[in-house]
Design a protein around this ligand. Structure first.
Ligand code: ATM
Length: 243
């Protein structure tokens, strides 16, 4: 009989990793016994300025002597970067919502195993541009799958692994899309979805943050870059252990 999640006989998973659990159904385990670092994610719609703020926070943390890994999703490992190209390039209709959901989590699993979990295990602070909240917002709310299918696939793919802190950079859809459109490039698949889609994504992010106020902080992404950087630092700094 196949083993199912939660079966007592399924001895290899979930595996406790300090305060986190990495679901390892029958596969080789992660190779880390305890994750000591911090996992900080940046979320928000297009054009919110996440990558600038990730770079600024990384510089501040490194300046304070911390071991910092900067990464992003979809992507962040060789395999996940290959899947990224499938997701963000080409026609909007090339995948339906469920195929998109599965691709995103296939990429995420690889990214976690190869990049994020080993870094956390050695005690690094990992800054990640987008993570599972993007899946809930884009595939769950935007594409209309709803919360439940996203949660189910998330559980199979990554167990109950969650960020320690999530910084949601909130911006009006039309302002964000105008900023993103100005960047150009071939990674524009999601920009071709209509404004209603992006409106649902924004509402989705805000709903997620309202449901998890201890993990998520909502920041106004239309404020100046310096003041946004300061607001992020005010949230992150008190939670840092000494390097
Ligand atoms: P960036 O442009 O932030 O790198 O993200 C690429 C796209 O991937 C993003 N597009 N827009 N707009 C949203 C999309 N995406 C998902 O749809 N689901 C996910 O889980 C993730 C991580 C990204």
């Amino acid at each position: 009989m196949p083993l199912r999640i939660g079966d007592a006989a399924c001895k290899r998973g979930p595996i406790r990793l300090g305060e986190r659990t990495a679901w390892e159904p029958g596969g080789p385990r992660l190779g880390c016994s305890r994750m000591r670092g911090q996992f900080i994610t940046f979320e928000g719609g297009e054009g919110a300025g996440k990558s600038t703020q990730v770079a600024r926070l990384a510089a501040r943390l490194r300046g304070a002597g911390h071991d910092v890994v900067v990464t992003r999703e979809p992507g962040g490992s060789v395999g996940a970067d290959q899947i990224r190209a499938l997701l963000v390039e080409g026609e909007p209709g090339r995948w339906d919502a469920i195929a998109e959901l599965l691709l995103v989590f296939a990429a995420r699993r690889d990214h976690l195993r190869r990049t994020v979990w080993p870094a956390l295990d050695r005690g690094a602070i990992v800054l990640c541009d987008r993570f599972t909240d993007s899946t809930m917002a884009y595939q769950g709310y935007g594409r209309g799958l709803g919360r439940e299918p996203v949660d189910r696939v998330r559980h199979v793919a990554i167990g109950d692994f969650h960020p320690d802190t999530t910084l949601l950079l909130d911006i009006a859809v039309e302002v964000g899309l105008a900023r993103a459109g100005a960047r150009g490039g071939k990674e524009s698949r999601f920009e071709h979805f209509d404004a209603d889609f992006h409106g649902r994504v924004r509402e989705g992010f805000l709903d997620i943050a309202a449901r998890e106020p201890n993990r998520c902080v909502v920041l106004d992404a239309t404020q100046g870059m310096d003041s946004l950087e300061a607001a992020i630092w005010a949230r992150v700094a008190p939670r840092l252990a000494s390097p």
